[in-house]
Ligand binder design. Structure first.
Ligand SMILES: Cc1ncc(COP(=O)(O)O)c(C=O)c1O
Length: 460
């Protein structure tokens, strides 16, 4: 006899059998899931206990169009019933992915002309790492292998992309990072500036550190510098004034390939199609994912310039093929959903919408600076980092054992808004791009209440 499981039972089932990433394993197996999400509508998610929460984190920064977009669902359904799968190896293709490739390179910042598809941001960045090595061998520079990136950067979880990431807890106990992945400073002005140091001076210090690292490695050995326009997994860290012009000047001076990770910033998050536009970046390559399909299908893209492709082609001529690819690269359903998402972004002028609601969103966040727990608020578009501190006077952080960020996240959940706390006690607030002004006000009100709850709890 088959025993039926109820939804309540499924919490236990999950606790017993499901290994979750970025989760405290012991706590999960002992206490079960922190949330069981069963549905969604617009910017709202519904949990198994019938509660509705405003999604203040767009799932994981991907559900730009919310949870009930019928057009995306129809595009997926139509593609599934026409051509549910097609490989892209051996020069094979299908119409939807060819159209998407053309459209993405036309949209991309700078003069990009080639795109390779993967299923995740990690794979896009991993492909980039391999392709830069591959290209440098074609150019007779096989020793140009070192990747420079920033502490707190988040580029993914595959062996190479996590090595490029600057999150120590993702290296610990894995015997990582791999050799040849070195780091420069994270541009967290609020926490890391010295007393009296202006944003411009701080930015110069950051650029000096990048140059120090390049010279230590040896410029001829540096393969690329990789960075997000605004660090996401690092805590929604908006770069300070003068940061990117100075960093790019150093890269240009030493002729270093600049890879821009648009996985979170791409498709409107910062109030432009690309974070590269918002911060005036001149990337040599970009990776994107997440909002490419609004999170409705796993798909990512690595976008390259023509000369890069030409170098790769020379190696492939010798080997016979490009010895790299994934079974699901350019999946027809992902491509159809991405095409539809791009249509929606254009037809609804989603970037224009982000620009319209952004001032209210940022003002609401900045009003939280009056709260005793909040030391710093910095954002752009619909992307904001909120730093919690024990003492605003000297920017002193809380004892990590108090898990203050986690407490705010939990209280926010109880108040009906889903947010993410990032070490050290920084709240990342990035709602779906379709959010309206009332929903923004409601989410911010709930966050303020969660801060009050946390303060009361800490007082106790
Ligand atoms: C900026 C950035 N790059 C890359 C990734 C990795 O993407 P994925 O989780 O799809 O592998 C993430 C994930 O959050 C990210 O935030």
């Amino acid at each position: 006899m088959i025993e039926m499981t109820t939804e309540l039972d499924l919490r236990t089932v999950d606790a017993r059998h499901h290994v979750h990433g970025h989760t405290n394993l012991r706590q999960h197996s002992q206490h079960g899931p922190s949330a069981m999400v069963v549905g969604g509508e617009g910017v709202w998610i519904t949990t198994d206990d019938g509660r509705r929460l405003i999604d203040g984190f767009s799932g994981l920064g991907c559900t730009s169009l919310g949870y009930d977009n019928a057009r995306l669902a129809t595009a997926a359904h139509d593609q599934l019933t026409t051509l549910p799968y097609a490989p892209t190896f051996y020069g094979r293709t299908h119409p939807t992915v060819a159209s998407l490739a053309e459209r993405l390179v036309a949209k991309a910042p700078g003069d990009m002309s080639r795109v390779m598809f993967q299923c995740s941001g990690s794979e896009a960045n991993d492909s980039l790492i391999k392709f830069v090595w591959y290209r440098n061998i074609a150019r007779g520079e096989p020793d140009r292998r070192v990747f420079i990136s920033r502490w707190r950067g988040y580029y993914g979880n595959t062996v190479a992309s996590v090595s490029m990431s600057g999150q120590p807890h993702m290296h610990a106990k894995f015997g990582l990072p791999l050799e040849g992945f070195v780091k420069t400073e994270t541009p967290n002005y609020y926490l890391n500036h010295s007393d009296g140091e202006t944003e411009e001076e701080f930015s110069q210090r950051m650029a000096d550190d990048l140059e120090r690292v390049i010279l230590e490695v040896g410029p001829e050995k540096v393969a690329a510098f990789a960075a997000e326009p605004m660090q996401s997994g690092g805590g929604a860290i908006r770069p300070p004034e003068g940061y990117w012009p100075r960093m790019q000047a150093v890269l240009r001076e030493h002729g270093i390939h600049f890879h821009v990770d648009e996985v979170v910033c791409g498709f409107g998050r910062t109030g432009n199609w690309w974070g590269s536009e918002t911060f005036d970046l001149e990337p040599d390559s970009i990776s994107c994912a997440k909002a490419l399909t609004g999170g409705y299908f796993p798909m990512s893209a690595l976008i390259l310039k023509e000369d890069f492709y030409q170098d790769m082609q020379r190696n492939a001529d010798e080997v016979g093929v490009l010895g790299h690819g994934f079974t699901y690269s350019g999946h027809p359903v992902g491509a159809a959903v991405a095409m539809e998402a791009l249509d929606i972004y254009e037809e609804t002028d989603l970037v224009g919408h982000v620009r319209n609601v952004s001032p209210g969103f940022l003002a609401g966040c900045e009003a939280l600076l009056d709260h005793p727990l909040v030391g710093d608020v910095r954002g752009v578009g619909l992307f904001c980092g909120i730093q919690l501190v024990a003492d605003k006077g000297n920017r002193e952080l809380f004892d990590p054992a108090l898990m203050v960020g986690q407490r705010v996240q939990d209280h926010a959940h109880d108040r009906g808004v889903y947010l993410r706390a990032i070490t050290p006690d920084r709240i990342s607030f990035m709602p779906p791009l379709i959010i309206n002004e009332e929903e923004i006000a409601e989410a911010t009100r709930r966050l303020a209440a969660a801060l009050d709850d946390t303060l009361t709890e800490l007082g106790r």
